[in-house]
Design a binder for this molecule. Structure first.
Ligand code: PMP
Length: 343
């Protein structure tokens, strides 16, 4: 069968979805689902299923605009922020163009670069885990992606570094704030700059990962280009209704769950430190802990029905590490017991 030559060496992106009793591998909200979104799900009407959604998700864009404090024209949405990021790359770059991003960062970035025929330049985070502004700018990339809080490290880019980068970047800066609700500071206001898009998601703090709703905020002219790349029907009508309900009615619920998550995170960091392990400074709902032989340890933990994400040989002086998501404390306790016995 004919196939796109550049795709032949691309493996499917397959995060470990081992069916474990305890799964702390995907940084989702493990504290339940937003009640207004749940009400919509239970009451969902058949016409919602049999007819197409309204193109370009106007109600969802309105609700996101209300939640983020911007105009509706500044919002685009998609089938998860994965899709928003992918559409952004297609909107602004031609095959062969270069993108740059810090390393380590969200592993899907190199995947999206490959499937869109782009070249990519990873630029190692500084020893203090801030972004290397000079290094990123030196690539002359047409689009620079920064994730803050960063997956998988949980560390953040400083405001000063972000401002420098945006001021001097030759092209677009895509700031991924998938974990913004967990962080001390959001940089959404930077989306007012003419070369910035800030992507966010309903998958993490809002607990709607399976509904696949993401969005980006930026100037109307940038947003209009992403809308072209995305096409009309990326978000199902049901997902749109659920996300709208959550954004309009469940913000207090979300904030309470974020607070629970952060309290668990502090306890988790304390326990890991007591075990003599080093955690990276995190502002997300997960903790990256350095651990030699992390891949093997994670494999043994999976045999005990506990799934955490493992990394080997990460740059920025990290080396091997586990990324452990926050969930209710009894779940964390089970994971910690497995780690204690298998490390
Ligand atoms: N960005 C980052 C940094 C992520 O960690 C994730 C989820 N793993 C995403 C984007 C994509 O999330 P979603 O497509 O569910 O919105």
């Amino acid at each position: 069968m004919p196939s796109r030559a550049s795709y032949r060496d691309i493996p499917l992106y397959s995060p470990s979805k081992a069916r474990c009793q305890v799964d702390l591998s995907d940084n989702t909200n493990l504290f339940g689902m937003p009640p207004a979104a749940e009400r919509v799900l239970r009451e969902a009407a058949v016409p919602l299923v049999t007819r197409y959604p309204v193109g370009y998700s106007p109600d969802l864009r309105d609700a996101v605009a209300h939640y983020t404090g911007v105009d509706t024209a500044c919002v685009t949405t998609g089938c998860g922020s994965d899709d928003v990021i992918d559409s952004t790359l297609r909107a602004f770059l031609e095959p062969g163009d270069l993108i740059a991003f810090p390393a380590p960062t969200f592993v899907m970035m190199s995947y999206f670069a490959k499937v869109n025929g782009l070249r990519y330049a990873p630029v190692t985070l500084r020893p203090d885990f801030d972004i290397d502004v000079e290094g990123l700018l030196a690539t002359q990339a047409k689009l620079i992606y920064v994730c803050s809080p960063n997956n998988p490290t949980g560390t953040v880019a400083s405001r000063a570094a972000l401002e420098q980068l945006i001021e001097r970047a030759p092209g677009i800066v895509l700031l991924d704030e998938a974990y913004a609700e967990f962080a001390r500071e959001s940089h959404l206001d930077l989306a007012r700059r003419p070369n910035v898009l800030v992507s966010r998601t309903m998958s993490k703090a809002f607990g709607l990962a399976s509904m696949r709703v993401g969005y980006a905020v930026g100037s109307p002219s940038l947003v209009a280009e992403v809308e072209k790349a995305r096409g009309p029907y990326k978000v199902t009508a049901l997902s749109e209704r659920m996300a709208v309900a959550a954004l309009r009615e469940d913000v207090a619920w979300m904030r309470a769950k974020v607070a629970e998550s952060l309290a668990v995170r502090e306890r988790l960091v304390a326990e890991l430190s007591r075990m003599g392990l080093t955690c990276l400074p995190t502002e997300a709902n997960f903790v990256m802990v350095k651990l030699r032989g992390a891949l093997e340890v994670a494999e043994r933990m999976r045999a005990r029905d506990v799934n955490v994400r493992a990394f080997a040989g990460l740059p920025a002086g990290i080396g091997d590490a586990l990324r452990i998501g926050c969930g209710p404390w009894d779940v964390i306790q089970t994971a910690l017991d497995a780690l204690r016995e298998e490390r």
